[in-house]
Design a protein around this ligand. Structure first.
Ligand code: F6P
Length: 533
C-alpha cells in the first residue's frame, strides 16, 4: 500500500499546479471521468484526477483486497472486529438472500420482523390500530443519532409520497425539543415510537419518559400507544411496551446504518409498505452495482477514491455536500454521522496509529440556500473545499418546472464557476466597463477575481423517489466502507462517543449538588459553579 500512496503523492506533486479546465482539452474527459448506475450519473471530471491518478487510486482498492472484504461484509463475516460483530445492514434490503451468522441463517427472523412491521403499518394507516381518541394522526419518533437522522431525513426526502400520519422527530435531551414537538399534538391520537438500538441512550430514554407522562395526562393507558424499535427486547418490556409492538433487530446492524429495518418504522408509516419496498429496492440495486461493477465503473468505489484523493492526497480537510434538492436538506447532517462516526478514527484495525488523516469533516446545506451564505468562502477563501453537488433532472412540482430549471442552472453554474474562476484580466475588463480607471480599477478588480480550479463532483439522478433515495443512501454507505477498507480502519465502531457520555453521567450529580467537583479541572469547576448560581 505504501508504495501506491507514495506514487500518488508524487503524482499529485507533479500535477498540482495545472488547471483542471485544461484537462477538458480532451473532449472525452467528461464521459471518461463519469460513471453510471441504474439511471444515476456520477461526474467527477471537474477534479484534478487524470488517468494515471485514477489508475493508482484503483490500485489502492485492489491492494486493500476490497473485493474480498466487500464480499465478506455481504456474507456475514465479523468485519467489525473491535466489537466482534458482522455488518449486515445490506441484509435488511436483500430479503431473499440467506445470510449465515454464527452458523444460523438470520434471514427468516429478518423477514418475520419485516412482515410484522408492514402489518403494523397497514393497521395504523388503515385505522385498525387506533389511539384512545381515534385514528392515529401523528407519529413521534423518539431517538437520536442513527435512530433519528436517517428516518427524519427520509420522511422529509419522500414528502411527495407521504400519505400516512404526520411524523415528528424528537432527539435532543434539551427539553425544548420534546416540549415543542408535543405541544401541537393530541395525546389521544398520537403514536410514540421509542427508537433505540440499545434502549439505554440517556437522551432517548429521558424523552420517552417525558412523552409517557404527557400522554398519561389524557389517556388511560399510555403504554398502549407506544411502540419500540430496539435490539434489547427485555428493556422494551421493562419500559412497559407490549411485545406485539416491539420490532427487534440484531447487533449486526450499526445504528447509523439502521433505517432499512425497524428503525425505519416511521418512514414506513409515512409512505406505506409499497413506498418503503421501493426504498429497499433502490438500496439493493446499489448493493448489486457495488458487488458487480468493475472498480473503474463502480460508483461507491469512485466516490471513495475521489474522496481519498482530495483528503489524504491533496490535503483538503473538509468536504461540502450540496444537494440542490430541498427535500435532501437533512442529507449533510445524516452524512456527518455516517461518515464522521464511521471513519473519524486515529487507530487502524491492527491497533497501530494511522500514518495519514482519517475521514474528512463533512458539512453542507442545500443549494441554492448555501450560495447566499457560505459559498463566498468556497469560491474566494484561502482554503479549498471539494464540493459534492446532487441534482435531480426532474422535480415533483410539474407546475413549477421553471423553478426547477432555475435550480439546475444554479447547480451547474456553481460547479462551472468553481472550475473556471475569473482571472484578473476578466475582472479588470468588467470594472473598466463600469468606468473605473487607474489604481482604483486595479484595487477593485482584485476583489473580483475567482481563483477557480476548485474541484467538485456531481451526482445526478432522475427524480427523488423512494427508489433513487435508497440508491443514494446505499451509495454513501458503501463509499464509507471503501474509504475505511483503504485506510485500514474499522468503520463500524464508535468508541469516540463514549468518554463524553461517561463524564456527563458523572457531572449530573455535581450539577444537582449531590456530588463535589474534586478531580475536575479548573474550568469545569468554574462552569459547574456558574450553573449552580
Ligand atoms: O452515541 C452514539 C450512538 O451510539 C450512535 O452510534 C447511535 O446511532 C446513537 O448513539 C443512538 O444509539 P441508540 O440507537 O442505541 O439509542
Amino acid at each position: 500500500m505504501n508504495q501506491i500512496w507514495n506514487a500518488l503523492r508524487d503524482h499529485h506533486a507533479a500535477v498540482e499546479g495545472r488547471a483542471i479546465l485544461d484537462l477538458f482539452a480532451d473532449e472525452d474527459r467528461a464521459a471518461a471521468f463519469s460513471a453510471r448506475a441504474d439511471g444515476m450519473l456520477f461526474d467527477y471530471s471537474k477534479t484534478n484526477i487524470d488517468a494515471r491518478g485514477l489508475s493508482l487510486l484503483l490500485d489502492l482498492a485492489e491492494k486493500a483486497d476490497l473485493a474480498a472484504k466487500r464480499d465478506a461484509m455481504f456474507t456475514g463475516a465479523k468485519i467489525n472486529e473491535t466489537e466482534g460483530r458482522a455488518v449486515l445492514h445490506t441484509a435488511l434490503r436483500n430479503l431473499d438472500v440467506p445470510v449465515v451468522v454464527d452458523g444460523r441463517d438470520v434471514m427468516p427472523d429478518v423477514r418475520a420482523t419485516h412482515a410484522r412491521m408492514q402489518a403494523f403499518a397497514r393497521d395504523v394507516r388503515q385505522g385498525r390500530f387506533t389511539g384512545q381518541g381515534g385514528a392515529i394522526t401523528d407519529v413521534v419518533n423518539i431517538g437520536i443519532g442513527g435512530s433519528d437522522l436517517g428516518p427524519a431525513m427520509a420522511v422529509l426526502a419522500l414528502a411527495p409520497f407521504h400519505d400516512g400520519p404526520r411524523c415528528h422527530f424528537v432527539s435532543n435531551v434539551d427539553g425544548a425539543h420534546v416540549h415543542d414537538v408535543l405541544a401541537g399534538l393530541d395525546p389521544a391520537t398520537t403514536l410514540v415510537i421509542v427508537a433505540s438500538k440499545t434502549f439505554t441512550t440517556i437522551e432517548t430514554m429521558t424523552n420517552a419518559e417525558t412523552a409517557r407522562r404527557w400522554m398519561a395526562q389524557k389517556v388511560a393507558n399510555p403504554a398502549a400507544q407506544f411502540a419500540a424499535v430496539s435490539t434489547a427486547a427485555e428493556k422494551t418490556s421493562a419500559f412497559g411496551i407490549d411485545a406485539a409492538r416491539v420490532f427487534g433487530f440484531e447487533d449486526w446492524v450499526g445504528g447509523r446504518y439502521s433505517m432499512w429495518g425497524p428503525i425505519g418504522l416511521s418512514i414506513l408509516l409515512a409512505v406505506g409498505p409499497e413506498g418503503f419496498e421501493q426504498f429497499l429496492a433502490g438500496g439493493a440495486a446499489m448493493d448489486a452495482h457495488f458487488r458487480q461493477a468493475p472498480f473503474a465503473d463502480n460508483l461507491p468505489v469512485l466516490l471513495a477514491v475521489v474522496g481519498l484523493w482530495h483528503n489524504q492526497i491533496c490535503g483538503y480537510a473538509t468536504r461540502a455536500v450540496l444537494p440542490y434538492d430541498q427535500r435532501l436538506s437533512r442529507l449533510p447532517a445524516y452524512l456527518q454521522q455516517l461518515e464522521m462516526e464511521s471513519n473519524g478514527k486515529r487507530v487502524g484495525m491492527d491497533g497501530a496509529d494511522l500514518t495519514m488523516h482519517s475521514g474528512p469533516v463533512v458539512w453542507g446545506e442545500p443549494g441554492t440556500n448555501g450560495q447566499h451564505a457560505f459559498y463566498q468562502l468556497i469560491h474566494q477563501g484561502t482554503r479549498v473545499v471539494p464540493c459534492e453537488f446532487l441534482i435531480a433532472r426532474m422535480g415533483h412540482e410539474a407546475e413549477l418546472r421553471h423553478q426547477h430549471v432555475l435550480l439546475v442552472a444554479n447547480c451547474l453554474a456553481q460547479s462551472e464557476a468553481l472550475l473556471r474562476g475569473r482571472n484578473l484580466d476578466e475582472a479588470r475588463a468588467i470594472m473598466a466597463k463600469k468606468g473605473l480607471t487607474g489604481d482604483e480599477l486595479d484595487r477593485q478588480a482584485r476583489h473580483r477575481v475567482f481563483p477557480g480550479n476548485r474541484p467538485s463532483t456531481t451526482l445526478a439522478y432522475e427524480q427523488l423517489t423512494p427508489f433513487s433515495f435508497g440508491q443514494i443512501i446505499s451509495l454513501y454507505e458503501h463509499r464509507v466502507f471503501v474509504e475505511g477498507v483503504i485506510l485500514g480502519i474499522n468503520s463500524y465502531d464508535q468508541w469516540g462517543v463514549e468518554l463524553g457520555k461517561e463524564l456527563a453521567l458523572a457531572l449530573q450529580p455535581v450539577l444537582e449538588g449531590k456530588a463535589g467537583t474534586e478531580g475536575k479541572d479548573g474550568s469545569t469547576r468554574q462552569l459547574a459553579q456558574w450553573f449552580k448560581g
